[in-house]
Design a protein. Structure first.
Length: 475
């Protein structure tokens, strides 16, 4: 009997030690939240703390770490996506006698800057007029079917940029941008133009009034679809002495947005497009030749923006690019990530519907997320680019993570995930360095239920910072 008691105590001690590592975070379980957490050292595999680490929970935007890892594994840090202007028409005396086609290469960060460069290179090629159509081809993928409420609603009206729709030929992260500046005098309408052009590329419904100096600036914008066209409706006020403000809202059709934007860029570059623009899901003609091309930024730079700003458009476009066959959808992109994860030892179950985490059905465990982090740590050619995409709480771009002790702020790099519907989700995953320089990984997922109260980031990050600080100082 005494021996059995001793064995039982020996088995219970590690569990008690692990739970004690997250003593502050564990208080959330007392309030009814579902918590999965694990922290461990990478050299010894010692578990410093755990709360149901194998529990499958919604990770929200922590899903983006999986996209980043899979993308680096597939292409490497220096890969660039190429966007081309092609045609099978003849060029005679500066006139392209047929259609000009933009071949959307799936660049997640294609911006107006690259479109300007394409227009300039086309001009250098000697093109001064296109007597056919400007055709934007999204043959790789797009329009991608929406599978979340936010994105489905964005097809008709939207008041945000995070739910942008998806295309392999999207520009400016699938969102329109307008610049709001004060008018000539107090009481006059504000001056609103497209961010990248003196002429309006998207239709603008200006309901902003210029107020006297120092009156404050309050803007409210919504993109609606009216008579088949996107319209940016901007309301509010702007002070006479205010600097211009940029406002982004998701477009209803990213490929059509690209067509309208590129047409404006071409015409402002001195290249007249005779007919209107069109959108296609067909690949370029077999005989088409490249007239101009632009390479996007290296993948390691794309991941900085994708992860630091938790850009849903970029994450899902990267996931769609992982699919090798045309006409990809979100679930195929997620399946490509799952296939990559299947090669990670000890990861365990994973269920994804998107790479962005905008889909609340995504499920993974804290121990699985740590297995991903550990696997990337042991890939020296990829790890520098991977870890650089995580934020340090002390100087990260997201202000809400700038909390906790100096140890937490400067010894931790993390990725956060947030959802508020259908239940609250706050998730964090990343790396830490102990006082002696040892590397560790941690992942925490907190999911609400229909019966739990509201959850904010302070309720998760503050106790997590205390727990991790204690672990880091102890080792």
């Amino acid at each position: 009997m005494l021996r059995r008691f001793a064995v039982l105590c020996a088995l219970l001690l590690p569990m008690t030690a692990m739970a004690s590592g997250f003593t502050e975070l564990a208080r959330l379980t007392e309030r009814g939240f579902l918590v999965g957490a694990e922290a461990r050292l990478l050299d010894s595999h010692e578990v410093l703390g755990a709360i149901e680490p194998d529990r499958q929970l919604s990770p929200a935007s922590v899903s983006k770490a999986y996209v980043a890892a899979a993308a680096l594994d597939r292409w490497g840090p220096q890969h660039r996506f190429t966007t081309r202007l092609v045609s099978d028409a003849e060029l005679e005396d500066g006139v392209l006698r047929g259609d000009l086609l933009l071949d959307g290469g799936g660049d997640p960060a294609l911006t107006t800057e690259e479109l300007w460069r394409l227009a300039q290179r086309l001009h250098q090629r000697g093109v001064r007029e296109v007597d056919g159509r400007l055709v934007v081809s999204q043959w790789r993928y797009g329009p991608v079917a929406c599978i979340t409420t936010d994105r489905c609603q964005a097809q008709t009206r939207v008041a945000n940029a995070y739910s942008a729709l998806l295309s392999s030929a999207g520009v400016n992260f699938g969102s329109w941008c307008v610049s709001v500046a004060p008018g000539a005098a107090a009481g006059s309408p504000a001056s609103i133009t497209s961010c990248d052009s003196q002429v309006a590329i998207v239709e603008i419904d200006n309901r902003v009034e210029t107020r006297p100096p120092n009156s404050g600036t309050e803007l409210n914008a919504e993109r609606i679809t009216r008579d088949g066209k996107d319209v940016m409706v901007v309301r509010g006020q702007i002070s006479l002495n205010a600097v211009p403000r940029e406002v982004y809202r998701a477009s209803s059709d990213p490929a059509r947005q690209t067509a309208r934007t590129l047409k404006a860029m071409l015409e402002q570059s001195g290249i007249r497009v005779g007919e209107s623009y069109a959108v296609s899901i067909e690949p370029p003609p077999a005989g088409a030749r490249t007239l101009a091309a632009v390479d996007g930024k290296p993948l390691q730079e794309l991941l900085l923006r994708t992860m630091n700003y938790s850009n849903n458009f970029m994450a899902d476009v990267l996931a769609l690019n992982l699919v090798e066959t045309p006409r990809a959808d979100l679930e195929q992109g997620a399946a490509a990530i799952e296939h990559f994860v299947a090669g990670i030892p000890d990861h365990g179950p994973l269920s994804l519907l998107s790479g962005s985490g905008l889909t609340p059905e995504n499920r993974l465990s804290a121990s699985g997320a740590n297995a991903l982090l550990a696997s990337m740590f042991h890939r020296p050619a990829l790890f520098p680019s991977f870890v650089a995409s995580f934020q340090s709480p002390g100087n990260g771009v997201m202000r809400f993570i700038r909390r906790g002790s100096p140890t937490f702020q400067h010894h931790v790099m993390l990725k956060t995930g947030t959802l508020n519907q259908p239940v609250a989700v706050r998730a964090v995953s990343g790396y830490f360095r102990t006082r002696s320089g040892r590397w560790g990984v941690f992942s925490v997922m907190v999911n609400g239920t229909a019966n739990t109260p509201w959850l904010n980031w302070a309720q998760v990050l503050d106790p997590l910072a205390e727990d991790l600080t204690r672990m880091i100082d102890a080792h």
